[in-house]
Design a protein around this ligand. Sequence first.
Ligand SMILES: NC(=O)c1ccc[n+]([C@@H]2O[C@H](COP(=O)([O-])OP(=O)(O)OC[C@H]3O[C@@H](n4cnc5c(N)ncnc54)[C@H](OP(=O)(O)O)[C@@H]3O)[C@@H](O)[C@H]2O)c1
Length: 305
Amino acid sequence: MRFLITGATGLVGRELVKLCSEQHIEVHFLSTSKDKLDSIQGAKGFYWNPKEEEIDIDCFAGVSDIINLAGAPIAKRWSKSYKKKIVSSRIQSLKTLMKGLKSSGNTSISNFVSASAIGIYPDSPSTFYTEEDLEIGEGFAAEVVELWEAEAAKFKDIVSQLAIIRIGLVLSERGGALVEMARPVKLYAGAAFGSGTQWQSWIHIRDLSRMIHYICKNRLEGIFNGVAPNPVTQTKLLKEVAKILSRPLFLPNIPKSIIRLILGEMSSIVLSSQRVSSKKIESKGFDFEYQNICRALEHIYASDQ
Ligand SMILES: NC(=O)c1ccc[n+]([C@@H]2O[C@H](COP(=O)([O-])OP(=O)(O)OC[C@H]3O[C@@H](n4cnc5c(N)ncnc54)[C@H](OP(=O)(O)O)[C@@H]3O)[C@@H](O)[C@H]2O)c1
C-alpha cells in the first residue's frame, strides 16, 4: 500500500502519517509550500499549486490510495474574500488531483477518501443525524461542504472505491478547536457560548486516522460520519476539560449576540448544534478506541504532560 495524502502537514494529516508509519504504509504527500516538502520524516513530499492547477505528477507513482485533507482553515474571520478562499482551496485541490491523476497514467487507485464535515447537517437541538439524512443545513458552512462533496463525488468514475468522511470536532492536544476552547479554561475564564446546550459531535484524532486507514484497508465506500459514538453538549465538553485541567468553570455563558458581534457569520461554527451518529462505520466493524469524552480527554491531556 502506498498512500498519497493532501493536507498531510496539517493536524489530521500528521496523525495519519504517524499511523501509516506504524502500519508500514509508504506515504507520498502534496504540499502547497515548497519549504514543507522535506518536513515529514519517512514521507516523500511533492509540490502542487491547486490555484493554478499545477501538480507534480510523480506523486502518483505506485500509489494505491489517495486521502484528500487539503483546504484553507475555516476558523478565520469569514470576510468575502476569505470565504472564496475556503471554497476554492477545496474545489481547486480536487480538480487538480483529478487532472493530475488522469495524466499520470495510474489507473489502479483502489480508494479515494476525501475529508468533508458535519457542518453539512442542519442546526438542530435534537435530531440525531445519520448519513441517510439528506437535508442540508443553511449558511456558509453547509454550502461549502455541499460543493466540496459534489466535487469529490466526481472521483467515483476513475477510482475503485470513493469514501467521504464527514468529520466532526477533532480532539487533539496539538491544535484545532480543543486547544482554543481549553485556553480560556486554563486562564480561569472558560465559559460556554450561547445556551451551551448545542451538540458537539467530537472525535479523538487517533480514531479519525484509524478510521481513514480502516476505510482503505477494508475497501469501504460511501459517506461516513467521522464522529465518536457519544456526542456531548458544549457545556459538558467544557466541564470535562475544566475537570481534567483542575480549573473551576464558574463564569456565565457568553450570550449569542456577543459571540455574533465578535465572530460575525463564523459564529455559526461554535453556536450551531449537530448531533451526529457513528453507527454506520461501527456497523462495518470499526471499533472506536475513544468512545466517551472523559477517556478521550484523559488520553489527550495525559500525553500533553
Ligand atoms: N480539524 C477539525 O476539527 C475538522 C473538522 C471537520 C473537517 N475538517 C477538515 O479536515 C481536513 C483536515 O483538517 P485539519 O484540521 O488537519 O486541517 P489543517 O490543520 O488546517 O490542515 C489542512 C492542510 O491543508 C493544506 N492547505 C492549506 N491551505 C490550502 C490551500 N489554499 N490549498 C490547498 N491546500 C491547502 C495545508 O497543507 P500545505 O500547507 O502542506 O499545503 C494544511 O496543512 C480539512 O479539510 C478540514 O476542513 C477538520
